[in-house]
Ligand binder design. Sequence first.
Ligand code: CU
Length: 404
Amino acid sequence: MTLNRTLQSLGLAGLALGCTALPAAASAFWFVDTVTPYGQKVDWLYQFMMWISIAILIVVEVALVAALIKFRKRPGENRQPETWSHNTKLEIIWTVIPFALLVAILIPTFQALAYLADVPKNPDLTLEVVGHQFYWEYRYPDLNVTFNSTPRDANGGYGDPLELPVGRKIKVIMTASDVIHAWWVPAFGLQQMTTPGNLAMVPLEITKAGDYTGSCAFLCGPQHGAMGIFVRAVDQPTFMAWADKHKSATGLKPIATVGLVGQTPPPPEANEVPEGKENPQGTEAAVAGKPTAEEAKKLSEKGKDLYAAKCLGCHQPTGAGVPGVFPPLDGSEFVTGPDKALVEIIVKGKSGPIKVKGADYNSAMPPVGTGMSDEEVAAIATYVRQSWSNKAEAVGPAMVKAKH
Ligand SMILES: [Cu+2]
C-alpha cells in the first residue's frame, strides 16, 4: 500500500495540483482510508485500474500528438493519403494488449468478490442490520442486544454510535422491513443494499479502532437523509460493556420474521377483529366502538411494538422527537386531541408546515399506517395517546374503521 500511496500522491500532485507536490493535501483530497480487508482489496483494485487508465491515456495522447506533428500538412506540400488497409501485426497487438489488461483486472476482481461471498461460518460475532423508514435497527442475536440508530439532526450530526469490536470476524446479515435501503460505510469499502424479503450476508472485520460514518445509500423516502450510520470500533472489553447496556428486554425475534414483510403474516386473531365482535361485552361502549380498559391495555402493548418498528426512529423512545426535525408526540396536541385527526395522520402521513407545542416543523411524515389493519392503527394511536405524559382516551379498531 505504501507504493500505492506514493504513486497516488504523485499522480494527484501531477494531475490536480499541476506541479507542486503536496502529498498531505493529496491524501486529504483522496478517498477515506479503508479499515477492512475487503475495503483494502477494493482500494487496491481501484488504484490498479486507475494507473492502467492513466498509462493508456498517456500512450494514446502521445501517439496522437506525435501523429499530428509528423503527418501535418507542410506549406507547398501536396501528398496523397495512403490507401492501404489492414495490418495483421497491429491488429494482433491492439487485441492482445486490451485482452491481457482485462484478464489482469478480472483476477483481483474475482478475488475481492470471493472474499465478500466467503461469510464466516463460525463468526466471532453476528450483526444483523435492518433498514427501516427512517432508521437502522441493529441486533446482535448472540448477545441479545438491540440498538436503533438515532436520526441525523438538522445539522447533519449523528446520534449515539453503534459499537463493534476490532479484529473480530463479524458476520453481517442485512435486510429491510419496508423498502430498499443501502448500508454504506466508505471506510469499510462496503455498500450493501438491504431488501425486504431478502437476507444479504457479508463478512466484516475492522482492523483499526475509530469512528466511522456512513449513510443510507438508496433513496428510500422523505427522511432518507436522516438515516445516518455511525460505527465506533473499539476493543473487545469496551464493546462487551457497551453491549451489556443494550440488552433487549423482550428478546429478539428471528431476523427472518423482521425482514420478510408480507411473507410472514401475523396470526389472524391478532390482525382481524371478527365482524360484530368488537366488543364482546356488548354494552354502551360497543356502540361507540370505544375499547374497554382491558382492551385498551392490550392495544397499548401491541402499539408499543409497532411504535418501535415504525415511529421510534423519528419520534424517539421518549416521544420527544428531534428538535426542529421530528415533532414530539409527548404532550403534542395532535396526539392527545381528537382521535380522528390522529388516525388520519397515522394512515395518511402528514406533509408541510406544522406547529407542534409552539415550535415549527416542516413535516414529511410517511403514511406509516397505510396497509395496516384497523387494529394496528388503533394500537399505535392508543399507545401514543397513553404513553409518557399523555393521558388521552384509547382508540379502538372500530373507531379507526369509522374514521378513514
Ligand atoms: Cu435511504
